[in-house]
Design a protein around this ligand. Structure first.
Ligand SMILES: *Cc1c(COP(=O)(O)O)cnc(C)c1O
Length: 411
């Protein structure tokens, strides 16, 4: 028998949900079930007012004075400090700056600079593309380093005596697989390697304890679970114990100890501030701040428990109603993030057919349908309705309509 035979069954779960009211803080369009918050988080209502203030008052009236009067100059560290508890970091260990790709480059080169001996940067095949591309580019610029790429699942055995830096993504963007952060960090440290975790698909999605796992460096994305808006700045974490020895390869004037001294020589700012490069994109930064402000008000234990429960309901319903879909993501909550992925040879067309019905998920080549289960604003009834549509699309093969096979640039 089906675990949740009707909508009423899951509505009871919504009534018992302690964080259900957070949904009202988002501008979710009517008629849409948004299952792509792992790729671009929705608009927090508070961001509308905060952006209007930032544009009309801080920029419009305050002009250049706002760097001091509105606290613009402090924003990268202030917002980093707000984010820190969510990822198990100290308030002085996180800065919000640049894109994830740029922060990856800075982190890799700074990590490689800690040990002058020749050796390897180790990463994983199938990692998020930008992580692989940036790793390649960084190694090309570092004569003492080579790039090792381990097969997925073989990271532990690939860590060797001359591994200097390990770069991994905690939750895999496609499969949703979650690495054991503590165990891999220990293994890297056992050979004297520095570990860099990309937590783009984990921050705000699952419990993370960077310091509890003794992580060295981490980077992550602001526009996914943190709801910072399209292209929101990224964050960079560096453990306090390493900060004095880390040199950013993109040492711009905002990473200087005293940018407004305008000296010819670069002297790195003490602490995490040295990872800033140039003038921050203030409007985007402030949009990320309001996204994080919503997040930090939610009980994180409830948040992560709900994420796991949404997954279980989604997986059970799909197993019962959509036998053509093959579950890709692990069932063990400790081995996955907060999205659920399925494989189907016509995945692209199925996702397009769903989007036409207002159920927005996404597709990752070659065959993965991906649904973000973001507990802050999704309910169990949303999951039920989404799977109901999915079953209908599959049962009647609505996805075969040729318009659903037209590829856009962004999938
Ligand atoms: C989303 C994501 C990125 C994004 O990088 P950008 O520089 O913001 O485009 C990087 N790495 C991972 C693992 C991601 O999931």
């Amino acid at each position: 028998m089906m675990p949740f035979a009707s909508l009423a069954d899951v509505e009871a779960l919504d009534r018992a949900d302690p964080i259900a009211s957070f949904r009202d803080r988002f501008a979710l369009p009517a008629g849409v079930i948004y299952l792509d918050g792992n790729s671009l988080g929705p608009l927090p209502l508070a961001t509308l007012a905060a952006q209007a203030d930032a544009v009309a008052n801080q920029w419009g009236s305050g002009l250049i004075r706002s760097w001091n009067d509105a606290g613009w100059i402090d924003a990268p560290l202030r917002i980093g400090a707000k984010l820190a508890p969510l990822i198990g970091a100290g308030a002085d260990e996180v800065v919000v700056t640049d894109s994830t790709s740029v922060n990856l480059f800075k982190a890799v080169v700074a990590a490689a600079g800690l040990d002058p001996r020749p050796g390897a940067l180790l990463t994983e095949a199938g990692n998020f593309p930008t992580d692989l591309y940036i790793a390649r580019g960084a190694v090309a610029a570092l004569p003492h380093m080579r790039l090792d790429i381990a097969a997925p699942g073989e990271i532990l055995s690939a860590i060797g005596a001359d591994t200097r830096v390990v770069l991994l993504t905690h939750v895999h963007y496609k499969t949703g697989h979650r690495h054991d952060m503590a165990a891999i960090t220990r293994a890297a440290h056992a050979v004297g390697a520095v570990i860099i975790w990309d937590i783009s698909h984990s921050a705000g999605a699952v419990a993370i304890d960077l310091n509890g796992c003794d992580v060295d460096l981490a980077v992550g994305c602001g526009y996914k679970y943190l709801n910072g808006g399209p292209g929101a700045p990224s964050f960079l974490f560096a453990a306090r114990r390493l900060q004095p020895r880390l040199r950013s390869p993109l040492a711009g004037w905002f990473g200087h100890v005293d940018p407004f001294a305008f000296t010819d020589d670069f002297v790195a700012a003490p602490g995490i501030a040295r990872f800033q490069c140039g003038t921050p994109p203030m409007l985007s930064l402030l949009a990320l701040e309001t996204g994080i402000d919503v997040f930090v008000q939610a009980d994180t234990a409830a948040l992560f428990a709900k994420s796991a429960a949404l997954f279980d309901v989604f997986a059970d319903l799909v197993a019962a109603r959509c036998p053509a879909l093959e579950l890709v993501t692990a069932c063990d909550p400790a081995a996955r993030g907060s999205h659920i992925s399925f494989a189907h040879p016509s995945g692209y067309a199925i996702v397009q057919a769903l989007i036409a019905r207002g159920v927005i998920g996404d597709f990752r080549a070659p065959d993965v349908l991906r649904f973000g289960l973001t507990p802050l604003y999704l309910g169990f009834a949303d999951v039920w309705r989404a799977v109901d549509q999915l079953a209908d699309v599959l049962d009647h093969e609505h996805w075969r309509d040729p318009r659903f096979s037209l590829r856009s640039r962004v999938t």
